[in-house]
Design a protein. Structure first.
Ligand code: TXA
Ligand code: MG
Length: 312
């Protein structure tokens, strides 16, 4: 049974209780819904991998309510402090040196670094403060599938696999957080809800990670609907459901006015809708999206969703 909880005092207390028992609770953040478990508990973290069907070598992001708590788990350089002061709470994850022995080694995949963020969403904040537990939380979907931006999306993938879903409505940003590592130099590990153009004034030009896969968002096929995807389409071919943007008009659109913030917020929900319309034999075509600001993260997700799939 998966309990459905509201973000009121009884719902938050129940969610906190389940988390303290080492069970899993999906909760909203401003980016996407997270599948939360106690980041100090090997059992809870193992349950996250099991519920998602996720390959265990992928480390998870740890969520905390404030900077004071973040400093319990990670060492902050002056540059990390500056980024935290400017962008937290918000859709930025920093990979920082781990304070050894404070978290389950499963969270960090036994690395000596930890990915950490402070979500801005009021329900995430309320849950983190009520539970008083650092929460490991990947996106609350089955591994490789589309990330959830509503409680209903979470339920469609994880019902029966997790203890509870805390329903805080639709996510406002709609894309996962931007992930940065600072050593040996500031490097973008994953484009996301905080545009690079806002970060570079503080860090200088960001490096791109090398060929080695450092974040599972970088696995070629990810965020995938069932139907195959064709990108940069201006019209639908026979058998295709077209998703428009701006002046590419269609029954579905990420943003009819061509607004990248709106497109990010509607991206995953629109892919799910198109997948449902396309059905088992159908295909999805997608209009071009400009490659600046949030468009960069949107195109990153779309190219992975369109990538060849591993055989089942
Ligand atoms: O917006 C988000 O970031 C969402 C919400 C729920 O907060 N969470 C999310 O988590 O997307 P997840 O687990 O799906 O993505 C975690 C990413 C992975 O790409 C992982 O490789 C990277 O963080 N990561 C975690 N720890 C790392 C580390 N120590 N070094 C490098 N990358 C790390
Ligand atoms: Mg994910």
């Amino acid at each position: 049974m998966t309990e459905h909880l509201l973000p009121d005092i009884p719902g938050l207390s129940r969610a906190a209780h389940l988390l303290r028992e080492g069970l899993l609770v999906a909760f909203p953040t401003e980016t996407v819904y997270g599948l939360g478990g106690d980041a100090r508990s090997d059992t809870a973290v193992a349950r996250i991998f099991q519920a998602k069907n996720r390959p265990t070598f992928n480390p998870l992001i740890v969520h905390v309510p404030d900077l004071r708590t973040a400093r319990l788990y990670a060492h902050f350089s002056a540059e990390a402090e500056a980024l935290a002061a400017r962008f937290w709470p918000g859709p930025l994850t920093l990979v920082l040196p781990l304070i050894e022995g404070t978290l389950s080694p499963l969270v960090t995949a036994a690395l000596q670094t930890v990915a950490i963020r402070i979500p801005a969403h009021a329900t995430a904040q309320a849950l983190l403060r009520t539970a008083a537990i650092p929460l490991a939380a990947p996106s609350a979907n089955l591994s490789g599938k589309i990330s959830p931006t509503t409680a209903a999306h979470v339920a469609s993938g994880l019902t029966g696999r997790i203890a509870a879903i805390l329903d805080g409505g639709a996510c406002s940003v709609g894309l996962e957080s931007t992930i940065l590592t600072l050593k040996p130099r500031p490097t973008l590990l994953r484009p996301g809800g905080l545009p690079v153009e806002q970060i570079e004034p503080i860090t200088g030009p960001l490096a791109q990670p090398g060929a080695q896969i450092t974040a599972p968002g970088q696995l070629a096929s990810h965020y995938a609907p069932n139907a195959p995807l064709r990108l940069n389409a201006r019209e639908a071919r026979p058998g295709e459901t077209l998703i428009g943007f701006g002046d590419v008009k269609a029954d579905l659109s990420f943003s009819p006015s061509g607004d990248l913030i709106e497109a990010a917020a509607t991206l995953f929900a629109t892919l799910r809708t198109a997948d449902a319309i396309a059905g088992p034999q159908g295909r999805i075509a997608i209009a071009p999206i400009p490659d600046h600001g949030l468009g960069r993260a949107i195109n990153d997700r779309l190219s992975r969703a369109a990538a060849p799939r591993p055989l089942p």
